[in-house]
Design a protein around this ligand. Structure first.
Ligand code: F6P
Length: 342
């Protein structure tokens, strides 16, 4: 049994923990693993490295991915799909474990359905926006990074009697902003799933100031839409999967707060800080469990599936059920957050 692994899309803490777990579980079953480098690009070119259990034992604590990643989409050029299929034959692979978000897993599903390639998917993203799984690894680390940043920004905001606006990642889903908002006692949280109510937000900020609170904290998700301008983008470029680069809404919100309340306001965009560094304990455990179960699917010949977290159990679902539908924020969490924004 020879199993290839790849990591595609934006990286996130915990990818190396999955790699370690797959490699160890396949090793225990008498098989061997290789790593295709830089996502689907490595599957197209055949660029790969050996992955031995002994060499991957320590990588659980390391952020990023030892395999590199890219947003390469083989389906942009049909000749690349054939090259990918050829790589499979040339390397004599028994299976491929694709670790990625909706785009990467969408490619995995098509390869399984259209080319009958034996693939298994592992969901990852800091955005926590994948269907059929309760949480994705990377998310917990990410909200802890936002929390730590907010704790620091609050003390300087308090000294200067300022309002701080923190812009988080998350693309079209507000999970990171909402959970970080609850964890940091934000005065107001803005997410893509809800209309941004600037009047209400500024009323809350003015009231808090009148009540004696020396600073303010707003968390805004990069995908939150401004009432008039809509989505704020930081680049006109789109990637292989058709996504624009978001960013800038935090500064726009800060300017608006200053204009409406007269209170000095600053914006901080946390950006890729939220994806870097070592994974939290929760993410290491979740990623390890998903890796073990993905390897077990390979060993049992159950292809075309993705492993997922349901409650406390690791289950598996057909890739066709899991991909294609963004799992936006469950607004029940916003109702809870809003108890503190009145
Ligand atoms: O999907 C993960 C994510 O970090 C999003 O939250 C963010 O919008 C995007 O990736 C950033 O992508 P890139 O690393 O290509 O700038």
């Amino acid at each position: 049994m020879k199993v290839a692994l790849l990591t595609g899309g934006g990286d996130c803490p915990g990818l190396n923990a999955v790699i370690r777990a797959v490699v160890r579980t396949i090793h225990n079953a008498g098989g061997e693993c290789i790593g295709l480098l830089e996502g689907w690009r490595g599957a197209i070119t055949g660029n790969h490295i050996p992955l031995k259990a002994i060499d991957t034992d320590e990588i659980i604590a390391r952020g990023g991915t030892i395999l590199g990643s890219s947003r390469t989409n083989p389906y942009k050029d049909p000749t690349n799909v054939q090259k990918l299929v050829d790589t499979f034959a040339k390397l004599e692979l028994s299976a491929l474990v694709a670790i990625g978000g909706d785009d990467t897993l969408g490619v995995a599903m098509r390869l399984y359905e259209e080319r009958k390639l034996p693939v298994v998917g592992v969901p990852k993203t800091i955005d926590n926006d994948l269907s059929c799984t309760d949480f994705t690894f990377g998310f917990d680390t990410s909200i802890n990074i936002v929390m730590e940043a907010a704790d620091r920004l609050k003390t300087t905001a308090e000294s200067h009697r300022r309002i701080m606006v923190i812009e988080t990642m998350g693309r079209d889903a507000g999970w990171i902003a909402c959970f970080a908002g609850i964890a940091t006692a934000a005065d107001f949280t803005l997410v893509p799933e809800q209309e941004v109510n600037l009047d209400q937000m500024c009323d809350v900020l003015k009231q808090r100031r009148a009540d004696g609170k020396a600073y303010g904290l707003i968390i805004v998700s990069e995908g939150a839409k401004l009432p008039r301008e809509g989505l704020v983008t930081s680049s006109a470029e789109i990637d292989d999967f058709g996504h624009v680069r978001l960013g800038g809404v935090g500064q726009a919100i800060a300017d608006e707060i200053k204009r409406r309340t007269g209170i000095e306001t600053r914006a901080t965009t946390l950006g890729h800080m939220q994806r870097g560094g070592p994974p939290s304990a929760y993410d290491r455990v979740l990623a390890t469990r998903l890796g073990i179960h993905a390897a077990r699917l390979v060993i049992n010949g159950q292809f075309g599936h993705m492993v997922a977290l349901r409650g406390l159990q690791i289950v598996h679902v057909p890739l066709s059920e899991a991909v294609g539908t963004l799992r936006t924020l469950d607004l029940e969490f916003m109702r809870e957050a809003e108890e503190f924004s009145k």
